[in-house]
Structure formats: structure tokens, C-alpha cells
Design a protein around this ligand. Structure first.
Ligand code: CA
Length: 227
């Protein structure tokens, strides 16, 4: 899951980014409305955290523009104002939820998880493929009765492949959703993560039961029926 934080209070933005990265999200930060709008246009974010009071372009305008061009993007507004009309305007303009500052990180994380859960159709909380089960809320993966110990990146890659089970997912798409700007240029490392994911699954590139390599195209998750 890749998250965009649009917030001009840089200390806050960086603290949130650190916390969210520790929880396994890829996170980018934009320091003003214009940059937020631009990043939102360029990358495929799953969720945007949007401050209401921003320089250059205010949060409501960014919200309106992002909503128009990215209908599936989840938008969580942050506001220091607790006035009802701001919340209502934000929700009218397409925000999915809002949070009043100041808030605890745990509160933000709970709202994000709730939004991702609410988006049930595309984002079932429990994903399964063959004998694999991945719980996106507790972040646990089971292979049959065995619990897998995955790194944050391996989990993110597997989650994305499971959400798009049967589809060919290119390396570029994986980079878009699983990496953030800071590490994008290490794209070669996707192969390394896939390799180690396969090892933990007991899978092999030559005779794949889970992750198939489509040469020149990307990867495809196939559901192995038994282990
Ligand atoms: Ca602000």
C-alpha cells in the first residue's frame, strides 16, 4: 500500500511517514498543495492524507482535483479546525474521512485501516489463494497451517500479487504500489525480494506453484491448491 502525505508541517509529516513505514506502508511526502497534486497525478497511491491548510493550493482544492482524476484513491483529510462546515465541505468534495488535529498516531493508523477495510470490494481484509491466507489487518500470512515470517516488503509484494491474483503484474506496478520515492531507484531489488519470498513459500521459479515469472512482463500469482 502506498500512501501520500500532503502536509506543510514537516516535523509532523516526517513523524507520520516514519510511523507508517514501520507499519509496512510505502510513504511519500509533499510539503504543499501543488506538490501534493503533482505527486498524486504521477503515482498510483492507495491513500492520501491531506492537510486542509496548505500553501499554494489548499487541501480542499487538492482533494477536489485528486478526486476528479483518481476516483479509487482513498482520501483522509487532516484539519486543525473543528468547525463543522470544513468537515462537511471536505466530505462533499470527495474526502472519505477526516481527522481533527492534534491526534495520536494510533488514531490515524486505525482510521487508515478502517478506510482500507471499508473499501471492501477491491480490498477484502482476508486474501486467499490456494493454501495461502493473508490477513491484511493483523498482517499475518498462513501457508496451510504454517505461519510465514515475512519482511515488510515481502508482505507488501505478496499482498499486492494476491489482490491481483491471476493477473500479470509488472515490476513497474509493484514499484508504484510497494515502494516510495526514496527507494524507487533500487528497483532491481524487486527480484531479490521475490526470490526470498519464493524461498519462504518453498516455491521455485522453474516450477512455480505460487509466483510465476512472465519473462519481460512481470509476475503472476497462481493459486496452488495444496502444499
Ligand atoms: Ca498545514
Amino acid at each position: 500500500m502506498r500512501i501520500l502525505i500532503v502536509e506543510d508541517e514537516l516535523d509532523l509529516a516526517q513523524a507520520l511517514a516514519r510511523g507508517l513505514r514501520r507499519k509496512g506502508f510505502a510513504v511519500d511526502i509533499a510539503a504543499d498543495g501543488e506538490e501534493g497534486w503533482e505527486l498524486g497525478e504521477i503515482h498510483e497511491y492507495d491513500l492520501a492524507i491531506l492537510d486542509l491548510n496548505l500553501p499554494k493550493l489548499d487541501g480542499l482544492q487538492v482533494c477536489q482535483r485528486l478526486r476528479a482524476s483518481k476516483p479509487a484513491l482513498l482520501i483522509l483529510m487532516l484539519t486543525a479546525r473543528s468547525r463543522l462546515e470544513d468537515k462537511v465541505t471536505g466530505l462533499d468534495l470527495g474526502a472519505d474521512d477526516y481527522l481533527v488535529k492534534p491526534f495520536h498516531f494510533e488514531e490515524l493508523e486505525a482510521r487508515i485501516r478502517a478506510l482500507l477495510r471499508r473499501d471492501l470490494k477491491a480490498r477484502e481484509p482476508i486474501l486467499s489463494a490456494g493454501d495461502l491466507r493473508l490477513d491484511t489487518v493483523s498482517r499475518i500470512v498462513w501457508q496451510g497451517k504454517r505461519r510465514l515470517d515475512l519482511t515488510v516488503k515481502e508482505f507488501a509484494i505478496l499482498e499486492y500479487l494476491m489482490r491481483h491474483r491471476g493477473e500479470v503484474v509488472s515490476q513497474e506496478t509493484l514499484i508504484e504500489h510497494v515502494w516510495d520515492e526514496e527507494v524507487n531507484f533500487f528497483s532491481g531489488s524487486i527480484r531479490v525480494h521475490i526470490h526470498s519470498l519464493r524461498r519462504k513459500l518453498g516455491d521455485s521459479a522453474d516450477h512455480p506453484r505460487y509466483i510465476e515469472t512472465m519473462t519481460g512482463l512481470g509476475y503472476r500469482l497462481i493459486g496452488a491448491e495444496e502444499h
